[in-house]
Design a protein around this ligand. Structure first.
Ligand SMILES: O=C(O)[C@H](O)COP(=O)(O)O
Length: 207
């Protein structure tokens, strides 16, 4: 029987708080982000979940979120694999810009298209489609086989790297993914069938 798959976006980062495009930049968690990560760990523990393997990106905010969760679960020694494939979408020239300033400069609609559309990349950066082109192969070759082998797996990553994976898991089309949001520090729990399709899913909100 497949194991349980949990996806979690990092807690609030310094740049989330400042409303800056982040992408591959590497700000730390805020106090609130730390609290969110701990709360995610407590919620997973209350649910009776423990893990056999963890995956995260090469960025500190996701790694720190994962360690805070694992600490709550009493699993600080859990085998953890880090990979660039799970990094946030590269926001290119937008990285470091304030999201409201960007709206003033390019207009609300254009900025929304860059942030939420499937295949329109921000200047110098990755579209969700580009992001999916690196997350999906990694998910299929490295993460999914472990879940299918019966392991409970946690993946701590980012808003858009996880949106790309959820697009596939939830079978969302290019229009449906536009409205799909992932909150900071809220675990998404997936149960898969023998054919790898999702049989049940839950958003473990402690907010
Ligand atoms: O990289 C960022 O700025 C955020 O993590 C996610 O950005 P978004 O809300 O524009 O998708």
């Amino acid at each position: 029987m497949p194991g349980t798959l949990v996806l979690v976006r990092h807690g609030q980062s310094e740049w989330n708080l400042k409303n800056l495009f982040t992408g591959w930049k590497d700000p730390d968690l805020t106090e609130k982000g730390v609290t969110e990560a701990k709360a995610a760990g407590v919620a997973l523990k209350d649910k009776g979940l423990s893990f056999d393997l963890a995956f995260t990106s090469e960025l500190s905010r996701a790694q720190r979120t994962l360690s805070l969760i694992l600490k709550e679960l009493g699993q600080t020694d859990l085998e953890t694999r880090r990979d660039l494939a799970l990094n946030e979408r590269d926001y290119g020239d937008l990285a470091g810009l304030n999201k409201d300033d960007a709206r003033d400069k390019w207009g609300e609609e254009q900025v929304h298209i860059w942030r939420r559309s499937y295949d329109v990349p921000p200047p110098g950066g990755e579209s969700l489609k580009d992001t999916l082109a690196r997350t999906l192969p990694y998910f299929v070759t490295d993460i999914l086989p472990e879940v299918m082998a019966g392991k409970n797996v946690i993946v701590a990553a980012h808003g858009n790297s996880l949106r790309s994976i959820c697009m596939v898991l939830n079978r969302l089309n290019r229009d449906e993914i536009v409205g799909f949001e992932i909150a900071t520090g809220v675990p998404l729990i997936y149960e898969l069938g023998a054919d790898t399709r999702v049989t049940a899913s839950e958003t473990l909100s402690s907010k």
